[in-house]
Design a protein. Structure first.
Lengths: 350, 350
């Protein structure tokens, strides 16, 4: 690396923060500088359990992390309902923002965050890790080949996992005051992103939820499915669920070819990942992509690279990442609205 | 075989009749007795090209096959619009009926056929070949295991293949006067059957087509998708298309396990077929099922076994098969109605 590592502060001791802490260490261009929790004891314990360097500070509040002048960027794995508050404060303090998905409860909320990041000149990125796996780029090469793959016709994307009783009673993802989007904002986020990715990020004209959503007593979605439609006939459907066996299948059909992947959200193995392709009247080909670093470390590396080019160079924040977050959130909003309106077709607005 | 072979008459020289002719020969309990075409020359040519036995008669009409006293059963691969006429006539002549799918243009039409078969005491079966593959039974064993698979949550079923220009202009499956259901009656029939099969043939309460149907200028469906919903939360979605690459994937999610198959309609290899299963936090298991006879021969064998037990024994026609046809047709009808009504949710009536 040409420049000094980007120093991260972490807001909260969420379980996913363990994975990200390791990713920061592995990335090669980032370092852990601080962690804050509402409980100083928890922050100290988290730092110790996750092998934080001696130099890392533990704080008894999120605000203290933002006040730490040695922190370049923050990773925010807080419940979605707290994103606006803490992402905006972080941006105002000049901290770059790596924000857990779903980034917000609605595009309106997200726009407050993105507006603040833009005016503060800080980089914004959400944590859709699989975007950064080299497999993702190789799969895109196949989809971009108008001879072998042809034109995109449809995408099917799934992400389900069987939540246990404790999760369904206590996890923040089933609580209306913490993560009101439930499975749609959690697993559904990945499904929607994968469909947009396959469609070259063209926004669909409309979305419709299928009449099979399961909500808990508090109205939080535990399982749902939906279809997105484009003006030109492309269609993408997805199913996300806390109530079924683990499934992370994406199948993408073109006029000539097919792409299938069984673990797009997170490869079953850390250093290698597979996908398969089929081209008209040919046999199915299996592809294996190896990676030295896990996808979350590649994500941190890319984020830190962008931050470094702002901090040490004259670069402006890369707009690609906030744009992708906003498009994904726009579709999340449309699907949620379709569910709320009794499965009516809803225009996707942006 | 304990009894003499069941003698088949074939109505028409459709391409699929070649496959069925071979299946009759392979079945071990059936034989080809006659073929009829509107053109005697075509019938003679078909018999010669497909190696029919010397004893087989070629006729210049469908009616002549039905009048042949040596014919026990007819295989009818005629365009769907002709099914009522010829299946009813066949039944009246006491011929057992093996009918190509889609069996009819609507349940009302099918009921005319089934009523005639019942009053004439002849066996009825449609040609959903994959039902007869031993893999299908092994997959069902997995789905029936409430410990490993758990309760069914969702089914996704696909059948697409890329039709060429000639097909899209001239095939009977795109002609409103011949096969008005288009891809829904053709490929969609298999998708719907697979979902019903996974749901133990419980009929869904409702169906909704997704707003992505592609119709040709004559109003025949070339591509569509739909979801079926059960009262208890089970859901089955499917996509059928003449406009995308070959895909025959079915994925069935339970609370604990997953079943995936990539060629459910017709195995890529004739004598072996695979499927994979996944059970909660375990790895994916691949299963291989071998078969001496191709699925279409096993279908003919089962049909002929039932016919023989009526002809040579005291058995009544097996009601399972007409019931499955009728349930499948009922769902086809509901999906078609949903498309016609602008993608409204439609109750499945039976």
């Amino acid at each position: 690396m040409a420049s000094a590592p980007i120093k991260f502060g972490i807001l909260g001791c969420a379980k996913i923060a363990r994975k990200l802490s390791r990713a920061i260490v592995l990335s090669g261009n980032a370092a852990i500088a601080a962690i804050g929790s509402r409980s100083l004891e928890k922050a100290v314990g988290f730092a110790r359990e996750n092998g934080f360097p001696e130099s890392a500070r533990a704080y008894g509040s999120y605000a203290a992390v933002l006040d730490d002048p040695d922190v370049d960027a923050v990773y925010i794995p807080l419940p979605t309902s707290l994103h606006v508050q803490w992402a905006v404060l972080a941006a105002r303090k000049g901290k770059h923002v790596l924000l857990e998905k779903p980034v917000a409860l609605s595009v309106s909320e997200l726009d407050v965050i993105l507006g603040e990041c833009e005016s503060s000149g800080v980089q914004f990125m959400d944590t859709t890790m699989w975007m950064h796996h080299p497999r993702t780029h190789q799969m895109k090469d196949f989809l971009s080949d108008s001879t072998t793959f042809g034109q995109l016709k449809s995408v099917e994307s799934n992400f389900s996992f069987p939540a246990d009783k404790a999760f369904l009673e206590n996890d923040i993802r089933v609580k209306p005051d913490l993560d009101a989007l439930g499975v749609l904002g959690d697993a559904g986020w990945y499904c929607i992103r994968s469909i947009l990715w396959a469609a070259d990020y063209d926004l669909p004209k409309s979305a419709v939820a299928l009449p099979d959503a399961v909500l808990n007593d508090a109205g939080v979605v535990l399982s749902c499915s939906a279809e997105l439609q484009w003006q030109d006939g492309r269609a993408g459907s997805f199913r996300c669920s806390f109530l079924a066996d683990l499934n992370m299948d994406v199948t993408i059909l073109g006029t000539n070819g097919t792409l299938s992947v069984h673990d797009y959200v997170g490869p079953f193995q850390e250093n290698r990942a597979t996908f398969s392709t089929h081209v008209k009247s040919g046999s199915v080909l299996e592809h294996t992509v190896t990676t030295e670093l896990p996808q979350e470390a590649l994500m941190v590396r890319e984020f830190s690279r962008l931050v470094a080019s702002i901090k040490f160079g004259a670069a402006k924040p890369e707009k690609k990442w906030p744009t992708l977050s906003r498009k994904t959130q726009a579709v999340v909003d449309a699907v949620k609205m379709s569910i709320d309106r009794g499965y009516k077709i809803v225009d996707v607005t942006y």
